[in-house]
Design a protein around this ligand. Sequence first.
Ligand code: FES
Ligand SMILES: [Fe+2]
Length: 413
Amino acid sequence: MKKNNSYLLDLIKSQKDNFSLDQSFYTNKSIFEMDLKTFFFNQWVFVGHISRIKNKGDYFLFSIGEESIIIIRENEDKINAFYNVCRHRGSHICLEEEGRVRKFVCPYHAWNYDLSGKLLKARMMDDNFKPKNWSLKKCNCIVFEGLIFINLSENASDFQNFINPIEDFIKLHGLGKAKIAARKIYPTKGNWKLTLDNFHECYHCQPSHPEYCHVHSKDYIQAYGAGSNTGPESKEFNKKLETWNKKVKKMGYLTGEFSEKKFSKFFRSAERTPFSNGKLSETKSGKPASILMGDFNEFDGGYTTIGPSPFNSIIMTNDFATLFTFIPKSPTETEVELMWLVNERAVEGIDYDINEITWMWDETTKADKRIIENNQKGVLSSKYEPGPLSKMEIGLDKLKKWYLKHLELKITK
Ligand code: FES
Ligand SMILES: [Fe+2]
C-alpha cells in the first residue's frame, strides 16, 4: 500500500458512526480524484433521455472529470456513446454541447468518422494504413425505458443484474414513451458528498422546503422523506401505507419497496407510497398536472421514488417524472441536472403547464443549492469538525458507511 493510501486508510478508520465526515472528504483534491474513479466511473448512471436526441445524428456531450462522452443517435433504433477523442492525435471532435451531425469531422486535421464511430477518411496516410483499426472508442451505453445509461468502467457490471430489483418500479411509469418537458441545471458549490448528504436526509425539509412540506404530509416526511427507513418509523404513515397498498393491489398496480440488504457496489432503492389528503400529483393543488403515463388508466394517489445509484434519482407521480443526475465537477462543485418527463402524447398548454410540473422540485432544488453552498462554506473553515447526526439522518449515515467501506476496499485490495 502506498504511503498516501495508508494515511487515507487511517483517516477512513477514524470516522465515527453517526457523525458527518472529516473536512478532507469534502475538500481534498486527491480524495476527489479517487472518488471519481471508485464511484462515478464504476456505476451505471443515466445521463439523458432518448427524446433529447430524436433524429439521426442528434447528439449531446456529457462531461465528467477529464472525460467527454458523445451521446449520439445513429439511427431510429440505435444510440451510441463515444469518447470525444480523435484517433489521430487526440483532439476533441465535437466542440458544441449539443447539435446534429451527418458524420464527425475532427476540427484539427479533418479525419472523418461515421455515426457508428468508423473512420471513413484520413488524408495523406501511408498505403498500409487501415482505417478500420482506427474507430472512435466506445463507452458502455444502454438505453432502458428511454433512459440513456452509461458506465465508464473497463469492467462494467452486468446491466440486467444492476437494474433487476428496480426494473418493475421504472417500467410501471412508461418512461420509454415519454418526452422531456423541461430540463434545468443547478451548478452547486458543494462537494458531491455534501450534495448527496442533503438529498439523503429530510431533517432539513421542515426549515428549508415549504413547497415540499406543502405537498407531502408530516408523517411521510418523518419516515420516508429521504426514502424508506431514513427517519424514525411513523405508525400513522404505516397505517396509511397499508390501506393504500390494499387499494392499489386491487387496482392492479405495483406496490412495495426495495432496499439493499447486503453490501455490494450498488446503492439502489425503490418504493411506492401514497400521498395524503386526497392529493393525486406532486403539484401545488395536489391535482393532476398532465395525462397519465405508463400502465396507469386512473390515478392511484401514489408516488414512486427510485435511486438507481447515488448519482441518480427518479421521482414519479402517475402523470409526470422528475429525474436527477448529480455530477461531481471538482472537490467543491457539483452539477445537479433535473429533467421533467411527461407522456410523449401530452401537449404543452393543453395537457400540461410546465410551471405547474416544475414548481416543487425547482423551488426545492434552488433551496438545496443554497443550503449546500452554505454548508460547504462552513466545512471549509479551520473550526469545522464532524458533528452528530439526528434520528432523521439515517439515510445519510447509510450512504456514508457505503462510501467509506468502498473506499477502504479500493485502497486495500
Ligand atoms: S487530431 Fe483529429 S484529425 Fe488530427
Ligand atoms: Fe432538500
